[in-house]
Design a protein around this ligand. Structure first.
Ligand SMILES: Nc1ncnc2c1ncn2[C@@H]1O[C@H](COP(=O)(O)OP(=O)(O)O)[C@@H](O)[C@H]1O
Ligand SMILES: [Mg+2]
Length: 222
């Protein structure tokens, strides 16, 4: 079957073959497949399904339908619905990843304390598909590793509040930050899982691009 190169990524060579994508693997790929399988078993189907390896040794994943949130970013990316979807999906991915915490798995990125979940570590529109005004899936788990929930939430806020310099939209940041955070907390309350977002864990963001965001960020009370 014909291979179609998928552009827009930052590090991997990715091709589409029918309803699958084929990507170069790394030592972390078994851990990523374990994570994706764990998410699917828990009912999180908005992430690629791991389908093994092809005859060239590339990993095979299910193709996620939709438009990827690549640059130039579409205007409707800033609709509140996208904040809602992305926040909910992040919360569900985090909750479903908990069984892998503490397992002896090889990840590509270092673990970060306090370890609560498996973080995606690059939650952004360019690693999501968008369908009919909704954020429909999250992919590219290559950089995943154990860490605190707030790490991913901070990066998602950086990209979607947005706080990134390249976002080129009017910044209604405080309101959007509060909404995003509220969604992530509320989804957990609805599922009976209490979320603890420790403001002290924000200190661990020093050194990455998202930390510049954190000093002015106050988590909503309650
Ligand atoms: N499972 C998938 N479903 C649909 N498209 C995908 C999938 N995985 C990757 N892609 C496409 O391939 C591009 C690069 O893939 P990605 O996994 O993000 O690689 P990189 O590590 O280089 O960022 C993405 O921008 C997207 O268009
Ligand atoms: Mg990517």
């Amino acid at each position: 079957m014909k291979e179609q190169v998928l552009s827009g990524g930052h590090s991997n060579t990715v091709v589409r073959v029918g309803e699958t994508v084929h990507r170069l693997p790394g030592p972390w790929t078994p851990a990523v497949h374990e994570l994706l399988s764990t998410l699917h078993r828990a009912g999180v189907h908005e992430v690629p399904e791991p389908l093994g390896f092809d005859d060239q040794g590339r990993e095979v994943l299910s193709f996620m339908t939709g438009d990827v949130g690549n640059y130039p970013l579409p205007d409707w990316l800033w609709e509140p619905q996208i904040l809602q979807d992305a926040g909910e999906l992040l919360r569900r991915v985090h909750d479903a990843s908990v069984p892998l915490v503490g397992q002896d798995l090889t990840w590509s990125s270092p673990s970060r304390e306090p370890i609560e979940v498996i973080c995606h570590n690059d939650v952004a529109p360019y690693n999501m598909t968008l369908v009919d005004g909704h954020a429909a899936s999250l992919f590219d788990f290559d950089t995943a590793s154990p860490g605190p929930r707030i790490w991913d939430l901070a990066y998602l806020a950086y990209r979607l509040a947005p706080l990134a310099e390249d976002a080129k939209v009017e910044k209604t940041t405080d309101w959007r930050l509060a909404v995003l955070t509220r969604i992530v907390v509320d989804v957990g309350e609805a599922s009976g899982v209490e979320l603890e977002l420790s403001s002290s864990s924000t200190d661990s963001h020093g050194g990455l691009s998202c930390p510049t965001v954190m000093p002015g960020w106050r988590l909503p009370a309650g």
